[in-house]
Design a protein. Structure first.
Length: 131
């Protein structure tokens, strides 16, 4: 994107008007966040237990740390929104939101037989992960 600043360039010759300054602006993707309007869009990893019973997770965004409340039975893909934590408009001071898509972070490796039994017993009453 090019921005023209009228009169912001070098002085004109022989007493002429100042020239215009042309600035090229390139917005880069910042880490794992995207910009949509003033909203910052990213992901937050939530472990299985926190997704199931609810809790808090911490997320760092450009050097600031935020605590995000995860409601019980949060599914992968749910958007958690922190109002007013996005970008701030330089002129009118509107502020966007921070929107985080939940990614369920399962443990690496294998479950023990005891862990499998606990999970099976949790869902034995007809509760389904696919409702």
């Amino acid at each position: 994107m090019m921005v023209r600043i009228v009169g912001g360039g070098t002085p004109g010759g022989n007493g002429g008007a100042d020239g215009d300054a042309l600035c090229r602006i390139k917005v880069l993707k910042a880490g794992s966040y995207k910009l949509q309007g003033l909203d910052l869009i990213g992901e937050v990893k939530v472990d299985f237990a926190t997704a199931a019973i609810g809790g808090k997770v911490h997320v760092d965004v450009f050097g600031k740390s935020y605590t995000v409340e995860v409601p019980p039975m949060t599914r992968a893909g749910k958007i958690l929104r922190l109002l007013g934590k996005g970008l701030r408009h330089a002129v009118n001071h509107d502020t966007g939101d921070l929107r985080l898509r939940v990614v369920i972070d399962l443990p690496k490796g294998r479950l023990s037989e005891a862990q499998k039994q606990v999970l099976k017993s949790m869902f034995a009453d007809g509760m389904s992960l696919h409702d």
